[in-house]
Design a protein around this ligand. Structure first.
Ligand SMILES: Nc1ncnc2c1ncn2[C@@H]1O[C@H](COP(=O)(O)OP(=O)(O)OP(=O)(O)O)[C@@H](O)[C@H]1O
Ligand SMILES: [Mg+2]
Length: 301
């Protein structure tokens, strides 16, 4: 990981124009560095999804972006102000440069098409010059990459477990080798073991392929394990952004302390195992105590 910026968000604000208006994101500024996993933590309703959607220009009315900008520093050396892209360019950008895995994404697969076909569609749309054979080979490779396996190319979503479907969504997000993946609660609907396996895979892929990840969840113990840096969000604002190590050992903001304190696994005797004092995370500890908080409604969103 370098300190080179990949995405710079400045003074970003989003209001839901309802009665009374909801200031969901308030003057957020942050930088995602090239190659890092940046965790975005904060309790339900603090604005995490709204921020991610806002940056990706996915918000619908009544949401209004009232201030700010998001600039993507492409590896080619060009800076892209996402404000200036039209709908078509933005769609291409979302696949090729900064993809997104949505909250509850595993339910977003089309039930009547096999997963190979759904992956292939990404290539037919965005890489029309590819031959059918090349497409199939790419799709098979992607399924191998995320641990589903190429023998599942012809499987329909209902034939796959939740964890496998979620991996297919991650494969789709990886298809065009984006420089950034924004993952909004990608694993909270899954059981803890599957969740851990997928996260380890994301972490490996990140090292292998060199992309950055913005990982959104209210599961702070999980973020402490996988993130390089963590941004703590509260009521629409980023109240603290620091290395995972500092957030855990030296939280500066009162709210970060309270958030850490709300996870018994972090404050009890086992807490020391979450992240070793040298900053490395250790395996196999019961650190995902926060995940039980997710509701069925949330998983379906
Ligand atoms: N369409 C909408 N109309 C009005 N208010 C909305 C709308 N969508 C979201 N909000 C409000 O905006 C705020 C931020 O919501 P958001 O979904 O971004 O939170 P979140 O941090 O992603 O929460 P969670 O962890 O539950 O996913 C909340 O107060 C929510 O009620
Ligand atoms: Mg959300």
């Amino acid at each position: 990981m370098t300190h080179e910026p990949l995405l710079t968000v400045s003074d970003f604000s989003v209001v839901y124009d309802v009665e009374p208006p909801v200031e969901a994101v308030r003057n957020v500024s942050l930088t995602v560095r090239r190659g890092e996993i940046l965790g975005l933590a904060g309790e339900s309703g603090c604005g995490k999804t709204t921020l991610a959607y806002g940056v990706q220009r996915l918000l619908q009315p009544p949401a209004v972006i009232t201030s700010g900008s998001a600039v993507f520093h492409d590896e080619s050396g060009t800076d892209v102000d996402l404000n200036t892209l039209d709908a078509h360019q933005m769609r291409a950008f979302r696949w090729a440069k900064a993809s997104m895995v949505f909250q509850g994404a595993m339910n977003a697969l089309n039930p009547v098409l096999n997963v190979g076909r759904q992956l292939a569609d990404v290539f037919s749309t965005h890489r029309p010059q590819m031959t059918r054979k090349q497409r199939t080979e790419e799709c098979a490779g992607l399924l191998d990459l995320v641990g589903v396996g190429r023998d599942r190319l012809r499987s329909y979503p209902h034939e796959l477990s939740g964890g496998m479907r979620q991996r297919v969504m991650i494969a789709m997000a990886l298809a065009l080798k984006p420089q950034l993946m924004i993952m909004d609660e990608p694993t909270t609907a899954l059981d803890v073991l599957v969740q851990r396996e997928i996260l380890e895979q994301i972490s490996d892929l990140r090292s292998q392929l060199g992309f950055s990840v913005v990982f959104i969840t209210h599961d702070l113990p999980l973020l402490l394990e996988i993130s390089d840096r963590i941004a703590v969000m509260r009521e629409g604002r980023i109240v603290e952004l620091d290395t995972a190590e500092n957030i855990y050992h030296r939280p500066q903001h009162e709210y970060t302390r309270r958030l850490l304190g709300s996870f018994p696994s972090l404050t009890g005797a086992r807490g020391g195992f979450v992240r070793g004092s040298d900053g490395t995370s250790e395996q196999g500890t019961g650190t995902t105590g926060g995940t039980g908080a997710v509701t069925a409604g949330e998983a379906a969103r």
